[in-house]
Every structure is written in structure tokens, then in C-alpha cells.
Ligand binder design. Structure first.
Ligand code: HPA
Length: 254
């Protein structure tokens, strides 16, 4: 089963398909947001609004463990996440889609693992599923690869932070990509993300960043993003041919 995790402003994918049911999953970490099971051209999938449909949960307060655990409980093995990001690269304009292939984690107060009771070190040499990303980038206009740098938020960044993030090799900056990608890996799922560049990061553009500007771009790109997701969903092979299912091999002392 495939899941789409909808980020800021992405709630409309279900309207393109046929809704089957909507459900809240109980997990050891708390309840999930309302998840919709639906059909898109005969492909069954689930949609989860990351920030929840009713309350607007800010990035640093999202219960990432409950979200990812709930998807596993539903039998999900593959996730396509959508994220809004700021661009750290002048050549990467607002409105661009990008699928990252690596990350830098600057979050510092989120629960980051399902393994708090024993020592488990998951390998993240390939944090995002290459196979799923290739299907995604062949389904529309998407930049293939880049480093997603995740901040704790909820504030935007200072100019000095952005200068540092550029020097460190970040491509885009967001607040919701971590620890979601790692938690998915700990559950041996394939995970890819399609990031919508909603603005230039602080100080790269001389103007101050506003949330209205972020939402405006997301709104503008909504149809294109939905089409991209739909094309991707229809192209994903039934069987997994990647190594994600073995992600936990070697992560723990036998
Ligand atoms: N910084 C952090 N998160 C973001 C940004 C940004 O500039 N734009 C959208 N999400």
C-alpha cells in the first residue's frame, strides 16, 4: 500500500479519486490525523494530512511517530511526502519541485526514533528511496536530488544561519522532513519527498518572508503537484525492487 503525506496546503489529492473511508488510527504514540483511504484510477492508497485537517499543528509539534506508525498499521510500505521549502540556491526559483536524495538534520527537540528501549542504529546512506524518487522525477518537472536541510522552526532562519546552511551544502530548507524520513526507514518503508520551493530562504531574497507568500505559491502549484502525484502513483510498479525492505538488517546487535 502507498501513502501520500500532504504538507502545507496539500489536502485536495483525494478529490481526484474515489473516497473509500476516513479513519483515525490509534498508536502507542497517540492518535493519527484523519487518514483517507481512496482509489485513484483503481490504485488504492491513503492520504494523511501531516498538519491535520482540522487543527493546524505547527512543524515542531507534529507527532511524527504516531503518523508514520499509523501508516504502517494500515499496511503502508511506500510513502510519497510533500513538503514546502525555502530555496538556498538562487538558481532554484520559487515554484520549482525538487526531490531530495539526502538531508541535514538541524532539529533538536523532536522524538527521532521508534527505538528508545534498545540500541538500534539504522543506516541512512541512502535515506530516500532511489527507485521511488526515479519514478517521481520521470513523472513531471522535478529536480532530481538535493540536500534537504531541516530546522526546528517554527521561526524562519536568520541570515547567518542561511549563510551557514549554504556552506554546509544544503539545497533547500524546511521544517517537516525530519524525523519523518528516518522513522519511515526504521519501519523499512520506501520514502520519497516532493518539495515545492515556496520562497527564497531568508536573506537570499532581500524581502522578509511571509507565510502568505508561502501559501500563495503552494496554491499556485497545487494543480501541477496533484497531476505530478497522480502520474507518479500510476507509474509505481506493484512490487518493490529496492533495498528499503532490508533497511533494518545490520541495525542491531544480533
Ligand atoms: N524556511 C524553513 N521552512 C520553510 C521555508 C523557509 O524558508 N519555506 C517553507 N518552509
Amino acid at each position: 500500500m502507498l501513502a501520500v503525506i500532504g504538507g502545507t496546503g496539500v489536502y485536495q489529492l483525494v478529490e481526484k479519486g474515489e473516497e473509500l473511508e476516513s479513519l483515525v488510527i490509534n498508536t502507542p504514540y497517540g492518535n493519527s490525523p484523519e487518514i483517507t483511504r481512496f482509489l485513484m484510477d483503481d490504485v488504492e492508497l491513503v492520504f494523511m494530512p501531516r498538519h491535520q485537517a482540522v487543527h493546524d499543528t505547527p512543524p515542531h509539534m507534529i507527532n511524527y511517530r504516531a503518523n508514520v506508525y499509523a501508516l504502517q498499521k494500515l499496511g503502508v510500505t511506500r510513502i510519497i511526502a510533500t513538503n514546502a521549502v525555502g530555496s538556498l540556491d538562487e538558481n532554484l526559483k520559487p515554484g520549482t519541485f525538487l526531490a531530495p536524495d539526502d538531508f541535514l538534520d538541524f532539529t533538536y527537540k523532536r522524538p527521532v526514533t521508534f527505538y528508545d528501549d534498545r540500541t538500534v542504529h539504522v543506516d541512512v546512506t541512502e535515506p530516500y528511496c532511489n527507485h521511488l524518487r526515479k519514478v517521481l522525477v520521470s513523472s513531471g518537472r522535478v529536480v532530481d536530488g538535493g540536500v534537504y536541510l531541516c530546522t526546528e522552526g517554527p521561526r524562519f532562519e536568520t541570515p547567518a544561519e542561511i549563510r551557514m546552511f549554504c556552506k554546509l551544502g544544503g539545497t533547500v530548507v524546511g521544517m517537516t522532513g525530519l524525523p519523518e524520513v528516518v522513522l519511515a526507514r526504521e519501519l523499512s518503508m520506501c520514502y520519497t519527498s516532493v518539495c515545492t520551493v515556496s520562497n527564497y530562504a531568508a536573506s537570499i531574497s532581500p524581502d522578509k518572508i511571509t507565510i502568505d507568500e508561502v501559501f500563495e505559491i503552494i496554491e499556485e502549484k497545487k494543480k501541477e503537484l496533484t497531476d505530478l502525484l497522480r502520474n507518479t502513483i500510476l507509474k509505481i510498479p506493484k512490487e518493490r525492487h529496492c533495498l528499503c525492505a532490508d533497511a533494518m538488517k545490520g541495525a542491531e546487535i544480533e
